[in-house]
Design a binder for this molecule. Sequence first.
Ligand code: HEM
Length: 158
Amino acid sequence: MKNIPTLYEWAGGKEVLEGLTKLFYEKVLQDDLLYPVFKNMSAEHTRHVAHFIAEVFGGPALYTQGDSGSHAKMVAHHIGKLLTEEQRQRWIHLLLQSADELKLANDPEFRSALVAYLEWGTRIAVINSNLTDNPLQPEAPMPKWGWGEPGGPYQSEE
Ligand code: HEM
């Protein structure tokens, strides 16, 4: 059987993902639709998002251990932000544009897994942005993303 790398390994690891989010948020801050949403983001935001994705993609615990983050803390950042579908689509568009510009792995399998994750993650972010309370318990596990299929429909925590 072939040795299948994690998405993290295939993407190129920590430096590649940090480079991706760095370029991405430079674009975000130039974008009329997203600038108002991100204008107050912290200096660490860019690296934290890279570390979150790295961990979800099967890499080391860069977000939960390195940054003292958790899935619930990440979700908390989106609560009440009232993000729109238009903003979500622009977010994905700029992220994928950054991936192309940086020549991230572009094989169909990797890009399919990446887009699937971004579709899932951004839709969850929009749902959470319309809530007033965090639906996650502090100890909720980090999501894990691999090469395969979602496995079932969205069902709320209620
Ligand atoms: C896969 C999708 C996403 C992931 C993995 C993600 C990840 C994160 C993480 C890890 C943080 C916390 C950063 C920190 O600790 O400093 C955060 C904050 C935030 N995210 Fe997301 N996010 C996603 C989608 C989105 C989308 C689609 C939007 C808006 C269109 C958005 C808007 C924000 C905002 C406004 C914050 C707070 C920024 C601040 O500190 O002012 N996120 N996100």
